[in-house]
Design a protein around this ligand. Structure first.
Ligand SMILES: *Cc1c(COP(=O)(O)O)cnc(C)c1O
Length: 524
């Protein structure tokens, strides 16, 4: 790491000078250029020997294919190498610190994986007779018990499959509760300016109108502005606590009381539960519904779009409207409740189902393994160490990077910086790209929106002091280059397989179908 600390940092080689690759293959040492599997395979090759099919025996008639299906054939070593090379181009939590703020990218313990692979859990079928899957139901039931206990809530819906899916579950329960008491005229959901994009998206998707609540100068919800907006048209609020500026919403109880008084419900985005698990119970703060990302706080893997898991805990008032199914223990037998119960019919009724079956069994097993191996005291230490690590990052970098809320006291689980003080023409994007050359996945950038050029770093509790120091040195050196106006940073990354992509074009006009023509043409 010495090289990066020297001033006047320069890339060691000008890989992209004149757009020409340095090597004849385009490979860089062990980082290999990789064509699409369609480009390396051919439909005349096959990795296995299959007997000739007797064409006369076909009963497909007119439906028979006229042309080959076009799948690329490769030998086994070719196929293995292709996917192994691709996997090397991915950054992963098993390769290094993953500083993405708001994502809680923590280590996924191998013990979790071992448990999830036990055949009784891994091979369980959603339609298996309940008597044959008592162990799997017990896992769901025990995990549900832990989630309810840790949050101090009344009950939990286990089936939602991601945080955003959990948000929808909670908001649909609020909608059902309002309808049940003749309050369906309440159409507005209040969301703080710093909210994760999924919050307003969820409220809008469920048919509500979204209105912003401003933040105070120190990055928290403006209680006075919120109270002033409450009224008979407000269905509720969606508040993230700890919030996306990395701060605890100290007025949470006062917010909940005011919302309840005005006839609304309180949804808490619990994606940041890692910072408070074992220390604060959301149930004590007056929250009615909150999702928990098992793939964040409880160490199940995430990335690549899933599979995640977003159970939702409910207050007593909302519990009757929670989705089906759920697991109940009758004596020493576990049952799956798939129909309305008498209790629910009395007080209101479930809004329905979120998914066809019971949720992500593999994630339940991993999360329960994590919880049991930490125990209650260990989970409390998770929160303490996560907060300590984030504060270490914040305090060690605030002399080179502007920390907009650094004066608001200690942060929670993530450290927030802005682009204030970078040289003219240098942006958060340049800092992020520079970090790639240093061997790190960039931090979350340009979120939360309330901070200009935001850089959000969440180290989590699983990083050692040595790992944090290395990361801090790397980010410090990139920040210093951005402040000094080092032009080489504008074209970083220099060492990655791809440099500055046209991300807008990639998002607007993704090329999703391979055609037998050069990619450049296909993109037109
Ligand atoms: C991650 C996150 C979400 C969404 O969770 P997914 O599981 O990605 O759907 C919502 N809110 C916040 C604050 C988050 O960090």
């Amino acid at each position: 790491m010495n090289a990066i600390n020297q001033s006047g940092w320069k890339p060691q080689m000008n890989a992209r000078e004149g757009g020409a690759p340095m090597t004849s293959t385009g490979n860089k040492a062990l980082m290999l250029e990789e064509a699409l599997i369609f480009e390396i395979g051919s439909d005349e090759t096959c990795g296995v020997d299959l007997p000739e099919v007797d064409a006369a025996a076909s009963r497909l008639g007119d439906l028979a294919r006229e042309r080959p299906i076009g799948l690329p054939g490769l030998s086994e070593p070719e196929a293995v190498r292709h996917y192994t090379r691709l996997s090397r181009q991915n950054y992963a939590i098993d390769l290094g610190l993953f500083p993405l703020g708001s994502c809680t990218m923590k280590h996924n313990p191998r013990l979790n994986e071992k448990m999830a692979r036990l055949p009784g859990f891994a091979d369980v079928h959603p339609l298996a007779p309940v008597d044959s899957i008592q162990g799997a139901l017990e896992v769901i039931h025990q995990l549900a018990h832990w989630l309810v206990t840790l949050t101090g809530m009344h009950s939990v819906a286990m089936s939602p499959k991601a945080g955003a899916h959990g948000e929808l579950c909670g908001i649909l329960a609020i909608k059902a509760a309002l309808e049940a008491c003749g309050e369906s005229g309440r159409k507005v959901i209040l969301v703080p300016e710093s909210a994760h994009g999924t919050n307003p998206a969820t409220a809008a998707f469920a048919g509500f109108t979204v209105e912003d609540i401003p933040a105070t100068p120190e990055g928290r919800v403006d209680l006075a502005a919120l109270t002033a907006r409450l009224g008979p048209d407000v269905a509720g609020v969606m508040i993230t606590n700890p919030n996306t500026c990395g701060l605890f919403e100290r007025d949470m109880k006062a917010i909940s009381d005011a919302v309840h008084e005005a006839g609304g419900f309180v949804y808490c985005d619990g994606a940041n539960f890692n910072a408070i698990v074992g220390r604060v119970r959301p149930g004590d703060l007056g929250i009615d519904a909150m999702h928990i990302n098992l793939h964040k706080t409880f160490s199940t893997p995430h990335g690549g779009g899933g599979p995640g898991s977003g159970p939702v805990v409910f207050s007593e008032a909302l519990a009757p409207y929670a989705p089906l199914p759920f697991v109940e223990k009758h004596g020493d037998h576990f049952v799956l409740v798939e129909e309305e119960t008498a209790r629910q019919e009395q007080h209101g009724s479930s809004f329905g189902r979120m998914v066809a079956f019971h949720g992500q069994m593999g994630m339940f097993t991993r999360a329960l393994t994590y919880i049991l191996s930490h125990g209650a005291d260990g989970l409390r230490q998770v929160a303490e160490d996560a907060v300590l690590n984030a504060n270490y990052v914040l305090r060690r970098l605030e002399d080179v990077l502007d920390a907009p809320f650094g004066g608001s006291g200690p942060c929670m689980h993530e450290a927030l910086f802005s682009d204030e003080g970078l040289a003219e023409g240098f942006t958060t994007l340049d800092v992020a790209k520079g970090l790639i050359d240093e061997g790190y996945h960039p931090m979350t950038m340009y979120f939360p929106l309330v901070v200009h050029g935001a850089m959000l770093v969440e180290p989590t509790e699983t990083e050692s002091k040595a790992a944090l120091d290395q990361f801090i040195d790397a980010l410090r050196s990139v920040a210093e280059r951005a402040k000094a106006g080092d032009a080489s940073l504008k074209s970083a990354p220099h060492f990655a397989p791809r440099a500055r992509l046209d991300e807008t074009l990639a998002a607007r006009k993704p090329v999703l179908v391979w055609k037998e023509q050069p990619l450049a043409e296909a993109a037109e």
